[in-house]
Design a protein around this ligand. Structure first.
Ligand code: NDP
Ligand code: 8X3
Length: 254
C-alpha cells in the first residue's frame, strides 16, 4: 500500500479535486460521500488514470454510528490512514436569523461540526498508535468573519476554527499535525446546494469576479500535506484576488 489519505465529501467540488491531486501524487485514497455512483465513478477514473487504489465509503457523515462503523469495518491494510481531509460540508439557505429554517440549521451543524468531530475521533486511534498523522480541516472565511444571513453556517465554521485550534493543542503530544484551510468563494456545487437547486441564485453568487476553483484549494491542501515532518501550517485563509473578506469584492474589475 502507498500512504493513505481519507477525504470526506469527495463526490464533488473541493473533496473531489483533493482526491485527484493526491491520486496524481501516488497516494491510495479512501473517499467518502453519500452519492454511491459518483464514488464508484471516481474510484474507477482515479485507479485507471493513476494506478493507485481507491476505497469508497458511502454514508451520511451526520450519523455517528455510520461514521464509526465505516472506519471500524475497513480492511486492516486500509486502517493506517496518514492524512485525513475533513472536507464534507454545506450551507443551506441564506436567510435572516428569525426566518431561517430550523432543519437547515440542524443539517449544517450536524454535517459541518458533528461529522468532522466523529470522523476525526474515528480515525485518530490509528494516528495516535503510530504517533504520526495529519488532519486537515476545511473551514471557511465564514468561520473568521460573520456576514448578514450567514448566521448558523458561519457558526458551524467558527466551530471548525475552534475545534482545529484545540485539536492542535490536544494532539501535540502525539506528533499529529492539524491544519485548517479557510477558503473564500470557490465555484463548486456549494451554491447550488445552498440555494436548493436554484441555478439563477447559485450562479449569481459568482457574478462579477473570478472565484477560486476547487483545484486551487486542493493545491493548498496538498502543499500543506507535503511539507517536512517538522513543519505544520496551522491555518491559512485563501481567497481569490478579487475578494478581501466576506463583504469586500472588487467586482467587474477589468
Ligand atoms: P460541494 O457541494 O461541491 O461538495 C460538498 C461535499 O460534501 C460533497 O462531496 C457532498 O457529498 C459532501 N457532503 C455534504 N453533506 C454530506 C453528508 N451529510 N454526508 C457525507 N457527505 C456530505 O461543496 P464544496 O466542495 O465547495 O465544499 C466542501 C467544503 O468546503 C465544505 O465544508 C464547505 O463548507 C467548504 N467551503 C466551501 C467554499 C465555497 O465557496 N465553495 C468556501 C469555503 C469553504 P454527497 O452529497 O455525495 O454526500
Ligand atoms: C463558503 C464561503 O462566504 O459563501 O464557506 O460563506 S461563503
Amino acid at each position: 500500500m502507498n500512504a493513505i489519505v481519507l477525504i470526506t465529501g469527495a463526490t464533488a467540488g473541493i473533496g473531489k479535486a483533493c482526491a485527484e491531486k493526491f491520486a496524481a501524487a501516488g497516494y491510495d485514497l479512501i473517499i467518502t460521500g453519500r452519492r454511491k455512483t459518483r464514488l464508484a465513478e471516481l474510484k474507477s477514473t482515479l485507479e485507471s488514470t493513476f494506478g493507485i487504489k481507491v476505497y469508497p465509503l458511502a454514508f451520511d457523515i451526520q450519523k455517528r454510528e455510520s461514521v464509526f462503523s465505516a472506519i471500524q469495518e475497513l480492511p486492516e491494510d486500509w486502517k493506517n490512514i496518514s492524512i485525513l481531509v475533513n472536507n464534507a460540508g454545506l450551507a443551506l439557505g441564506r436567510d435572516s436569523f428569525e426566518n431561517a429554517d430550523l432543519d437547515d440549521w440542524d443539517t449544517m451543524m450536524h454535517t459541518n461540526v458533528d461529522g468532522l468531530l466523529y470522523m476525526s475521533r474515528a480515525v485518530l486511534p490509528c494516528m495516535i498508535k503510530h504517533k504520526k498523522g495529519h488532519i486537515i480541516n476545511i473551514g471557511s472565511i465564514a468561520g473568521k468573519e460573520v456576514y448578514e444571513n450567514g448566521n448558523v453556517y458561519c457558526a458551524s465554521k467558527f466551530a471548525v476554527d475552534a475545534i482545529s485550534k484545540s485539536m492542535r493543542i490536544d494532539l501535540l503530544k502525539y506528533g499529529i499535525k492539524v491544519t485548517a484551510i479557510h477558503p473564500g468563494a470557490v465555484e463548486t456545487e456549494f451554491s447550488l446546494v445552498r440555494y436548493k437547486g436554484d441555478e439563477t441564485k447559485a450562479n449569481a453568487a459568482y457574478d462579477g469576479f473570478i472565484p477560486l476553483t476547487a483545484m486551487d484549494i486542493a493545491d493548498t491542501v496538498f502543499y500543506s500535506a507535503s511539507l517536512p515532518s517538522h513543519v505544520c501550517i496551522n491555518e491559512l485563509i485563501i481567497t481569490c484576488t478579487q475578494q478581501a473578506g466576506t463583504y469586500y469584492f472588487n467586482k467587474n474589475a477589468s
